[in-house]
Every structure is written in C-alpha cells, then in structure tokens.
Design a protein around this ligand. Structure first.
Ligand SMILES: Cc1cc2nc3c(=O)[nH]c(=O)nc-3n(C[C@H](O)[C@H](O)[C@H](O)COP(=O)(O)OP(=O)(O)OC[C@H]3O[C@@H](n4cnc5c(N)ncnc54)[C@H](O)[C@@H]3O)c2cc1C
Length: 291
C-alpha cells in the first residue's frame, strides 16, 4: 500500500522562496521512486495537468493558484558519492548547498560556487544554475528523467542543449529524477575554505535573509541587469508589497505580503524604464507559473 498523501487546496506560498503563490488544486511531495510512479499513474488516470516545483527558488506562482497537480520534488532525496572516481549520483530533490558541502567534505572540487544557491539539483539542471563563471552543466554527466506518461530516459549532459540559464528541459516537460555529476579530487580543507568564502561573499552582497527569488532578470550580455537598474535609481522602489532590494538591484524582495500581481507590476515597471533609458529589453530569469 502506498503512503503518499495527495492533498487538496494547499497554499503554494510555503513552496516558494518568495513566499508567494495561491492554492494548488492538488499537491504531492514524493519521497521515492515508488511514490513518484504512483503519482504519475494517478495523474494519467485523472487526466489532469501537472506542474513541477523544486525548492521554488526561481518561481513566481499566481495568487490564483495552479490547476491540476503541483508535483513538489523537494523531499525526493538521496546522495551517493564515489569519492575515488569523483562521481556523485543524486536524486533531484537534494539541495545544492547540501551537495556542495558534501562534495567539499569528501575532497571533491567543482561545485564550491553552488553553496549559496537555495535550489534543488533538479531545478539547477533545468535552469543550468551557476555562479562565478561556473554552471551545473560543466559537471553534469547525465540525468534520468521520467515523462508524464511514465517513460524513464537517461540523457547525457551534452544532449541537454545547455546555455546561459537555459536547458532543453525548459521546453520539454520531463521530471528530472536524478543526476550524475563528475567532479575532480582536491584538497578537502582548501575546498571547504573556498566553499565557506563563497557563502560569506553572498551573505554580504545579496539580501540573503529576505524572501526573494534570486536574480529576477537575465543579464543582457555584455551588461549586468543589476547595474542598469541601479543606475536608474530604482533601488528601494516599491510596488505594493514588492520592493527592489537596496542591497542588490536585480533582486525583488517580498517586503510586505507582496502578491504575484505586485511582483509582475514591478517587473513591468523596471522593464519599461530600462527600455526607455537604454533601449535594452530585459528578459526574466524567473519562471512564472499559473498565469
Ligand atoms: C537567494 C537566492 C540566490 C540565488 N542565486 C542564484 C545563483 O547564484 N545562480 C543561479 O543560477 N540561480 C540562483 N538563484 C535561483 C534559483 O535558486 C535557481 O534557479 C535554482 O536552480 C532553482 O532550483 P529550484 O529547485 O528552486 O527550482 P524551482 O524554482 O522550483 O523551479 C525552476 C524550474 O525548474 C523546474 N523544475 C524544478 N525541479 C524540477 C524537476 N525535478 N524536474 C523537472 N523540472 C523541475 C520547474 O518546473 C521550473 O520550471 C537564487 C535564488 C535565491 C532565492
């Protein structure tokens, strides 16, 4: 008998780092393959749509909520480390900071930059998350996916069409079940030190304690979105409960019970101002769900 709970009308605000989002018609949080398989069978029987959520650290969810099933993968955890060969096999709900810490502890070098990114490995692969000139695709050998109709597939990293905060998975709805990373051996003490320094740097330069979604806009190379926004004097600018961070102007913080409407209006305002002043059309990095 399967023990997974399918719950109805649960607010998704606790499932995003912005603390924003209306109710999920249905929500499930599988912990293992059997539970995930059960859910896939269930959605196919009910013929309802499915939206995938990791840690919700790059998601803006509509205040009106999401129809169908919200499949939240943040409890889908497990890590296996083959220290000798530098291989990490990880289930998609593991958090990047945990992964970075465990790699450092085992003297594996490569993902020290990931320590301050509060997303799951599944979300990181979809987004090709990165920092300091690194990104997850540089260390990814392959992933295993599950389609919404129940087929498993192993896909090599090189076949995922990775780019700047982009992967093929943003266009094809596949559940990332697990990932296989290849790191290199190094000196554990040194790797731990770099990992700690990276986190400290973030704590100083980003509104880390506030409810945010990280960088809202993609950088329109060669420019930095934060710099363009800051130069327009928009730091601290508010719409409703949403505010452009005074610490990092590519972050929007939920300063006071912001709604998805507040955030979207603020995004529109920033885009208009940047376009009018520089002729540059900013694109959002944040994914929007239920609109
Ligand atoms: C304080 C802060 C700092 C941040 N800094 C960075 C940074 O330096 N660099 C960076 O790249 N990002 C950064 N981010 C953004 C975010 O953490 C990353 O994009 C992260 O990889 C998203 O992972 P997630 O699990 O939260 O995914 P979600 O936000 O839950 O989802 C993002 C997308 O991935 C899909 N998805 C999630 N899990 C799965 C899965 N298992 N299978 C299939 N699809 C899935 C979702 O459907 C959605 O389309 C930051 C965010 C915050 C709040």
């Amino acid at each position: 008998m399967n023990s997974i709970q399918l719950e109805k009308n649960i607010s998704l605000s606790n499932f995003t780092t912005w603390g924003i989002g209306g109710p999920a018609e249905w929500i499930a949080q599988p912990k293992n393959i059997e539970e995930l398989q059960y859910i896939i069978n269930w959605i196919n029987k009910k013929k309802i749509p499915c939206s995938i959520i990791g840690a919700g650290s790059n998601l803006l969810i509509n205040d009106k909520g999401i129809k169908g099933l919200s499949l939240c993968m943040r409890n889908f955890k497990g890590i296996h480390i083959d220290k000798k060969n530098g291989i990490i096999e990880v289930l998609s709900g593991e958090m990047l900071p945990t992964l970075a810490r465990k790699a450092a502890k085992n003297g594996l070098h490569g993902i020290e930059w990931a320590v301050g990114i509060p997303g799951t490995i599944g979300g990181a692969v979809v987004m090709n998350a990165g920092a300091q000139e690194h990104c997850i695709s540089n260390y990814l050998e392959s992933i295993t996916t599950l389609s919404l109709t129940g087929e498993y597939k192993k896909i090599k990293g090189k076949d995922l069409n990775f780019g700047y905060r982009h992967s093929l998975l943003q266009n094809e709805k596949l559940i990332v079940v697990s990932a296989r990373l290849k790191l290199t051996s190094g000196h554990a003490k040194k790797i731990r030190q770099v990992t700690n320094e990276n986190l400290n740097h973030r704590l100083k330069t980003q509104p880390y304690q506030a409810q945010t979604c990280g960088s809202v806009f993609r950088n329109p190379e060669p420019w930095k979105a934060a710099k363009l926004i800051e130069e327009l004097g928009l730091k601290g600018f508010r719409f409703g409960g949403a505010e452009i961070s005074k610490i990092h102007s590519n972050f929007i913080i939920n300063a006071n019970q912001a709604s998805s409407y507040d955030v979207r209006e603020l995004i529109k305002y920033v885009k208009k101002n940047v376009f009018d002043s520089y002729g540059i059309l900013l694109e959002t990095e944040v994914k929007q769900c239920g609109f």
